[in-house]
Write a protein that binds this ligand. Structure first.
Ligand code: GFB
Length: 315
């Protein structure tokens, strides 16, 4: 089922506006005729129910993009399972309940492609949710995100709330985390190859075997898809947001090396985990609604690199 939701004149809350996804949403919403609400953590700590209830009752947003989350790469997921589970559960539960209470007209919850079973058939269709065991390196995060999807479905069913969920594939772009212990692979490799070039190093070490396959989507494409879905999608099931740009981790490193004009060797630390072997989203549903990604991987990498250099003068 689809409907049309008009953002014009609406008070639109972007939860998580300082993160990579939230800041892309704020950039994208600048071209909509709406008022964007972006409270800071000092105004409202999303992990605290009383804070969220108070702020939502006072500000009464009409639409909410729920992009606030504790996120990180494979090592951060492994190191902070309690934070990934607790913070994300609290943020989702507090915001979704408060949104229903204050009469939010539409809410879009952002999940993750890691909610799908580790060995589900590829490309991953929305219907494979909860059909098999999760990838152990990120099951804490995945369980929290599955709970968010289920909250949206439950509030639709019980309260008739127009709450929807979008499942993005691996994201990158301006505002990404470049801390090598906590980051995802694309910013990590940008940084490592940048530093190797700067230092004249002949080799860069990747984690794992380099064989896992990943799909990458530029965060500005994601933000555009989210605004599109907010306007046009109104259904119970989650909807995938991907680019179809899939490659191995080794091929990703080679592409980044090429974009940065660095020609050293790649070595592999196989004591580090590979994570899930493949994670490609089936985006037929979104495509059939009329949306496709626009930013090519090489263009996106070059743009992300420009942001990194500008914002990390130390590197
Ligand atoms: O992006 P990433 O950290 O997370 O790692 P996931 C993807 C792949 O890149 C893994 C390899 O096979 C890593 O071993 N890799 C190689 C590296 N070198 C590096 C490096 O220097 N840093 C990092 N980080 N990886 C995440 C989940 O899974 O995907 C999250 O943990 C979330 O919960 C996110 O779902 C989208 O793609 O494996």
């Amino acid at each position: 089922m689809t409907g049309v939701y008009d953002l014009s004149g609406k008070r639109v809350y972007v939860a998580g506006h300082r993160g990579m996804v939230g800041s892309a949403l704020v950039r994208r919403l600048a071209s909509e005729a709406c008022t964007v609400l972006t409270p800071t953590r000092a105004d409202v700590d999303l992990r605290r129910q009383a804070d969220v209830e108070r702020w939502m009752a006072a500000e009464k947003p009409q639409a909410v993009f729920l992009a606030a989350a504790k996120v990180g790469g494979i090592a951060a997921n492994d190191r902070y399972p309690a934070d990934f589970l607790y913070d994300n559960l609290m943020i989702e539960a507090n915001l979704i309940q408060a949104a229903q209470t204050v009469g939010v007209e539409k809410l879009l919850f952002l999940g993750s492609s890691c909610i799908y079973p580790r060995l589900a058939p590829q490309p991953l269709q929305e219907d494979c949710l909860l059909t098999g065991p999760l990838e152990p390196t990120n099951e804490w995060y995945a369980i929290a995100k599955i709970a968010g999807v289920k909250l949206c479905q439950a509030y639709r069913r019980q309260h008739g709330a127009d709450f929807i969920s979008a499942m993005p594939t691996n994201l990158y772009g301006p505002g990404d985390n470049y801390d090598l212990q906590g980051s995802h692979v694309l910013p990590a490799l940008l940084r490592k190859i940048h530093e190797a070039k700067r230092d004249g190093a002949g080799a860069v070490t990747l984690w794992g075997t380099g064989t896992p396959l990943r799909e990458f989507l530029h965060v500005d494409d994601l933000a555009d898809a989210c605004v599109f879905l907010m306007k046009t999608y109104s259904s119970d099931g989650p909807i995938n947001v991907g680019s179809g740009q899939e490659l191995s981790i080794r091929a990703l490193a080679e592409t980044i090396a090429d974009v940065l004009a660095w020609s050293g060797d790649l070595t592999f630390d196989t004591a580090k985990p590979d994570g899930t072997p493949r994670k490609l989203l089936d985006t037929t549903r979104l495509h059939d609604l009329g949306w496709d990604a626009k930013i090519g991987l090489r263009t996106g990498i070059a743009e992300a690199y420009g942001w990194f250099v500008e914002n990390h003068p130390d590197a």
